[in-house]
Structures are given as structure tokens and as C-alpha cells.
Design a protein around this ligand. Structure first.
Ligand SMILES: Cc1cc2nc3c(=O)[nH]c(=O)nc-3n(C[C@H](O)[C@H](O)[C@H](O)COP(=O)(O)OP(=O)(O)OC[C@H]3O[C@@H](n4cnc5c(N)ncnc54)[C@H](O)[C@@H]3O)c2cc1C
Length: 267
């Protein structure tokens, strides 16, 4: 099967190309996840080789930006979907938000060549069970905006025909601190369990990844209640396991990583 390549100039054109009836079209952003999966000469898990008819390259769309709207406490940070992780890492607005955890999570997402290519939209769409960037977005109540104008605050997109155009993160009011923690087999490997914590005067919000299919969101009024709140969430969660870590290991690490993320926020 031949693969049709398109490089639209507008969001409307891209959205239309993604919704052609009877043809499977996929958006191409940085290509770090997608490109190897379109190759017919390599066999990798989740390969799409032979299943995709149309590739819609987002490179020319005007979706690479970080802008602040309004005031802290009422406004929002808007990040275009094709903004590269290296831009987020160095952006002063991202560095100013909640102790800079968004910028730091972008740095931790992978090595320099990945950060120079991968986009925030691609990360949200392709993420595996744990990616600190999406944990931070969830901890900060971020949401995804699609080309049809709809928004999803769960940051989960199951619609492959919808284009993510923007990520919106509300500017938190007051003194807001953020912290990250992870456990991984090596410093360069993907985390086994990771957490992003946001602490402000009204309480603590921790988002844990790598423990269950969906991130665990734990909200408590004081850090002393955290361990118990994590235990309650774990009891209801569907555990996950892979070659990096068993379900038991992940569950045992969850309260420790959550606590370390809060400690990092308060330091
Ligand atoms: C070295 C390395 C380390 C990694 N570590 C981790 C890790 O620790 N945890 C983890 O979860 N992942 C990890 N990944 C995967 C990583 O998150 C993705 O490779 C990357 O974020 C995808 O971004 P991209 O811009 O390159 O997207 P692409 O590869 O271009 O696309 C990825 C997917 O998202 C879709 N997509 C892209 N943009 C949009 C959009 N705007 N709207 C709708 N759909 C879109 C594509 O169609 C495709 O399905 C790693 C990858 C590499 C290469």
C-alpha cells in the first residue's frame, strides 16, 4: 500500500485531511514515535506499517508558540501543539510556572535529539504509561484543545481523527510550588513510577504515573494525609506491570515517589 504524504499550511486543511472517509490518516509531528512505526523494514511493537493511508505533516502549521493570557490566578498559559520540548524547556513562562516543573519535565522527557524533535502535542497523543510532562500537565489542571474547538481536561485523546491544536494550563494563583520525582532503572531510562506534585495554600495535588493504566490523581489538604490517600487510590486501581517493574514493585514505590515529589516542591 502506498503512503500519501501531505504538508498542509492551515489547521482547517490538516483537520480535513485527517477526516477523509475510508482512509486512515495520521498526524505527523516530531516523528520520534511515529516515523519508526511507519517503516516496513523494521518490526517494532505497535507498528502501523501497511495500516496507514495518509500522513499529515504538521510542520508548517502555525502551532509552535508559548503565550500567556491574563493574570496569574485567572489567566492561562497556551502552548501550541507543535511546540518542541526544547522550546518548552528554555521558555521563561514555562520556567516561571509552579517552580518550573513544566520546563523540567520537558528536559526529563528524553535526550537532546528527542527534545529537539518531539512536540508537546505528540507527547500527549503518544504517551506511554508514564511521562513526566503529562503528569505535570495533569497536576496543573491542563487541558487539550482540538481542531474542532472541543477541549479535554483528562488529557486523554482516543480520537485519532482529531488534531490537537493547543495545550492550555491555567496560571495558578498565589505561591504555587511544584516538584517531580521518579524511579528508573538508569538515569537515562524511562521512569518506572513518576509523580508530579503541586503545592499551594489550599492543599497538595499529586499525579502518579506508572502504577495503573490511568494516572492516579491524589488531592489532599495537607501532606500528612498523602500516604493514606495514595493507599486508597491504589486499592481501587488496576495495576500494570512490564519488564521494567512488577505491579507489586510499582505499588510499593507509589507512596514513596508521591512523598518525594511533594518534598521536592517544598524544598
Ligand atoms: C528516546 C525516547 C525516549 C522516550 N521516553 C518516553 C517516556 O519516558 N515515556 C513516554 O511515555 N514516552 C516516551 N517516549 C515516547 C515519546 O513520548 C514520543 O516519542 C514523543 O513524545 C512523540 O512526540 P512527536 O512530536 O515526535 O510525535 P510523533 O512521533 O510525530 O507522533 C506521535 C503520535 O501522536 C500523534 N500526534 C502527533 N501530534 C499530534 C497532534 N497535534 N494531534 C493529534 N495527534 C498527534 C501522531 O499521529 C502519532 O500517533 C520516548 C521516545 C524516545 C524516542
Amino acid at each position: 500500500m502506498s503512503l500519501q504524504y501531505n504538508r498542509p499550511q492551515t489547521v482547517a486543511e490538516a483537520a480535513e485531511l485527517l477526516q477523509q472517509p475510508g482512509r486512515r490518516a495520521v498526524p505527523l509531528a516530531g516523528g520520534t514515535w511515529l516515523t519508526p512505526r511507519l517503516r516496513t523494514d523494521v518490526d517494532i511493537p505497535g507498528s502501523l506499517a501497511g495500516e496507514v493511508d495518509v500522513v499529515v505533516d504538521l510542520a508548517d502549521l502555525p502551532l509552535s508558540y508559548v503565550v500567556s493570557e491574563g493574570e496569574a490566578g485567572s489567566g492561562a498559559l497556551r502552548i501550541g501543539a507543535t511546540t518542541r520540548l526544547s522550546v518548552i524547556m528554555d521558555d521563561p513562562l514555562c520556567q516561571a510556572l509552579a517552580g518550573g516543573i513544566l520546563a523540567e519535565a520537558a528536559r526529563r522527557a528524553g535526550p537532546l535529539n528527542l527534545r529537539n524533535s518531539a512536540t508537546i502535542g505528540g507527547c500527549v497523543a503518544a504517551r506511554g504509561p508514564v511521562l513526566e510532562l503529562t503528569l505535570v500537565l495533569a497536576a496543573l489542571n491542563g487541558s487539550v484543545v482540538f481542531s474542532d474547538g472541543s477541549a479535554d481536561s483528562t488529557l486523554r485523546t482516543s480520537r485519532s481523527d482529531l488534531l490537537i491544536t493547543e495545550i492550555v494550563v491555567p496560571w495558578p494563583a498565589g505561591d504555587v510550588r511544584g516538584g517531580l520525582a521518579r524511579v528508573a532503572r538508569t538515569p537515562a531510562d524511562q521512569p518506572i513510577v513518576a509523580a508530579a506534585a503541586v503545592v499551594n495554600t489550599s492543599g497538595v495535588r499529586v499525579v502518579l504515573g506508572g502504577v495503573a493504566q490511568q494516572e492516579l490523581v491524589v488531592t489532599v489538604s495537607s501532606a500528612v494525609d498523602l500516604a493514606e490517600a495514595v493507599a486508597v487510590q491504589l486499592a481501587a486501581a488496576q495495576p500494570i506491570a512490564d519488564f521494567r517493574g512488577s505491579a507489586e514493585y510499582r505499588q510499593a514505590m507509589a507512596p514513596i515517589i508521591a512523598r518525594r515529589a511533594v518534598e521536592a516542591a517544598l524544598r
